[in-house]
Ligand binder design. Structure first.
Ligand code: FAD
Length: 414
């Protein structure tokens, strides 16, 4: 059998490994700015088993909406997006609850729920035919060698074709089990929450009225989000054994279990789509930059989905990295540029990791009195306007400078 001919060597400014939600967003932000780009993705958009653009839905905050507007993707997403205008937070078995209303905060919506596939379609459409962008899909990075001046790698396609690549900057956007992270010699701290998220789309017998619910149940948090076709996205974190039971049930048993734990505030649940499952861990890279390498999105920090913030945070990583690269023409992977990027992103990242992790642990606390405190907390929260507006601001980011793209400003051309 003849081996496929090796493609001629490629020289780029930025090589992005991983074209999921965050990597494809970074490529879309940098495409057309004059930065020479390579995007390597192992599972093409549309293939079953694509781990990023799968059956899930994602709640996008207002900063993410503005970034997608700046990328020219929002017009494709808007018809598929359901606005969240009210957030209702409660705990099973307790009387306290909190209700946040976007109108009271002077905003149109807290965010928008969109199918991951729709986000993938909008991003990949934007990338098709973009100037200075080489797409290698499906392919993987191999034989990575990093030195002070460049990152060298081989891109291996599924059909056996190989290409040597020299990049000024190697970007790990390859998810929580990042290969780039390991190749760059960066460690990760992993904490298992001992929970599995069971997700499904569910139909109810009445309209959702743009309300998103977060309910803390004994086994873990349960989110019910509005969808643009009138149905609901259910994300239910449970202990692994209970999650297995939920997955094994027929639709009627699943719906009655859901109704029991969630109650009737969204009406009667009358139909369920296919269920999927995701083991939940907190994975944090010990650092997010190294010589000629940077980690963004889940490769840098993969969070519990309780607050629906993982992608929003990763998208701000991508927007800020695009800003750092286009703001310093010459060397896209210089130590100075990477230090600046890490500094820009550190507050937002660490505050959101603490917030999300704290929320999971607070509501998992079974010590005597903890439930009562949470109950009072929810009640106080409902009564205290400053606390409400603080949470309403969550979708804008947790600190540090806001990316230009999130402020509707264009990136500079290199
Ligand atoms: C149940 C659930 C619900 C969620 N809901 C929300 C929400 O409402 N809002 C929100 O903001 N976030 C949410 N999240 C978090 C969000 O899904 C993640 O933050 C997001 O997927 C991170 O994107 P990523 O591109 O960094 O990583 P991934 O989605 O893991 O994508 C990584 C990509 O890299 C590719 N890849 C992996 N290895 C290689 C390799 N060696 N070479 C080439 N390519 C490779 C993969 O094929 C994939 O396309 C949720 C998460 C879960 C589990």
């Amino acid at each position: 059998m003849t081996r496929p001919a090796a493609a001629p060597p490629l020289d780029v400014d930025v090589a992005i490994i991983g074209g999921g939600l965050v990597g494809a967003s970074l490529a879309a932000a940098l495409a057309g700015t004059g930065v020479r780009l390579l995007l390597v993705e192992s599972a093409p958009f549309g293939r079953s088993g694509q781990p990023s653009f799968d059956e899930r839905t994602t709640a996008l905050g207002n900063a993410s909406r503005r970034i997608f507007e700046s990328l020219g993707c929002w017009s494709a997403l808007a018809p598929e997006a359901a606005a969240i205008r009210v957030i209702h937070v409660s705990e099973a078995g307790r009387f306290g609850f909190a209700r946040l209303d976007a109108a009271e905060q002077g905003i149109d919506a807290f965010g928008y729920v969109v199918a991951n596939r729709a986000i993938g379609a909008a991003l990949w459409e934007r990338l098709r035919g973009a100037p200075d962008l080489t797409l290698r899909v499906p392919a993987r990075a191999e034989e990575v060698a990093i030195n002070a001046a460049t990152a060298e790698l081989t891109v291996a396609g599924e059909g056996g074709e190989r290409q040597r690549v020299t990049a000024r900057l190697l970007v790990g956007a390859d998810g929580a089990d990042s290969q780039v992270r390991a190749l760059a010699g960066i460690g990760a701290r992993v904490e298992d929450y001992d929970q599995v998220a069971v997700v499904a789309n569910v139909a109810a017998d009445r309209p959702h009225r743009d309300i998103a619910y977060e309910r803390f149940t004994r086994g873990g948090p349960l989110a019910v989000l509005p969808l643009h076709d009138g149905s609901l996205a259910v994300i239910w974190a449970r202990r692994p054994r209970e999650a297995q039971e939920l997955l094994a049930m027929d639709d009627a048993a699943y719906l009655s279990c859901l109704q029991r734990e969630f109650g009737w505030r969204a009406g009667r649940f009358v139909g369920a789509g296919r269920r999927g499952s995701y083991p939940l861990k907190l994975t944090r890279a010990t650092t997010t930059v190294a010589t000629r390498a940077v980690l963004i999105g889940n490769a840098a920090q993969a969070l519990h989905p309780v607050a629906g913030q993982g992608f929003n945070l990763g998208l701000r990583d991508a927007a800020m990295l695009a800003e750092a690269v286009t703001g310093a023409p010459g060397d896209a992977g210089s130590t100075e540029l990477l230090r600046r990027f890490e500094q820009w992103r550190s507050r937002d990242r660490s505050a959101l990791v603490r917030f999300t992790d704290g929320l999971v642990r607070l509501f998992a606390d079974t010590r005597p009195g903890a439930g009562l405190l949470r109950n009072l907390g929810l009640l106080m929260f409902d009564l205290l306007p400053p606390a409400k507006s603080a949470l309403a601001r969550v979708s804008a980011g947790f600190g540090g400078p806001a990316p230009r793209l999130a402020r509707g400003l264009p990136l500079k051309h290199v």
